[in-house]
Design a protein around this ligand. Structure first.
Ligand SMILES: [Zn+2]
Ligand SMILES: [Zn+2]
Length: 258
């Protein structure tokens, strides 16, 4: 049991950070710069939590920010909870307004990402991701036993739920609070902030998507930011985008917007 719990918790934290630091703050928003080995390390951890092709993830996420809570947003709960959760995944290809060739130009020439993208065929790319994810667990089974393999698999699926859940919960105004007034429905939700390593401060994030730090108030725990800050101190990453000074000032002067 101790093995199971240790592997589950360690895998959950590492894979979740792979999604938040690798897929989200680095690939999708370029909120800091990193050498390829640091980038691949975090992205690999996210990929092993069944997150799908990195190009696909970043392109769809950029579209979410560009069209947030409109009909062109790939997963806004305004247009149905089921679609916002998993319904939007059930397509074979990109919709017409989402195109990695123009919207993820910074990633499409990377040979590894290109291979994982499978020419934009969503089903093939997801199938490849699951095949690699399960092969990884078979290796854990062979070298570390069934408890470790089961714990790693369950942690991977738990982490897969983070962005899927966040897309819905953090875009339903009554479930959270706003630090900043915005036209979209994004809100900060404390328990998502904890489970998702700092990504639950979603109103802060939509207000300043380029910032590597999303938790802004003292209690807004942002574990991903703590790791990015530590990597900066160690000289592993650079050009780290900080929150806009004007927003921090506004936050000090006002209390809750709603
Ligand atoms: Zn959002
Ligand atoms: Zn984002």
């Amino acid at each position: 049991m101790a093995t199971f719990l240790t592997v589950f918790i360690a895998s959950y934290v590492l894979h979740a950070l792979g999604v938040t630091i690798g897929y989200h703050r680095l690939l999708s928003h370029r909120s800091f710069s990193a050498p390829k080995f640091v980038e691949y390390f975090w992205v690999m951890l996210g990929y092993l939590a069944f997150e799908g092709s990195p190009i696909w993830w970043a392109t769809v996420h950029r579209a979410h920010h560009r069209h947030v809570d409109t009909e062109l947003d790939p997963h806004s709960p305004r247009y149905g909870l089921k679609n916002a959760h998993v319904g939007w995944l059930m397509h074979d290809n990109y919709p017409d307004h989402i195109n990695p060739a123009t919207q993820a130009k910074d990633m499409v020439s990377d040979p590894i990402y290109k291979f994982l993208e499978q020419n934009g065929n969503w089903n093939r790319a997801h199938a490849l991701n699951f095949a690699i994810g399960f092969t990884f667990r078979i290796l854990i089974l062979v070298f570390f036993g069934w408890q470790a393999a089961l714990a790693s698999t369950l942690a991977g699926f738990a982490v897969l739920q983070i962005p899927l859940m966040l897309n819905v919960i953090c875009h339903i105004p009554k479930l959270g609070y706003k630090n900043f007034q915005s036209k979209d429905d994004s809100v900060n939700v404390w328990w998502v902030g904890i489970l998702a390593m700092g990504e639950g401060w979603h109103n802060n994030h939509h207000t300043d998507p380029g910032s590597a730090q999303t938790g802004l108030k003292p209690w807004e725990l942002d574990v991903s930011w703590m790791i990015i800050r530590a990597m900066k101190r160690l000289g592993l990453v650079w050009s780290v985008n900080l929150p806009k000074t004007a927003l921090l000032k506004q936050l000090k002067e006002t209390h809750f917007v709603s």
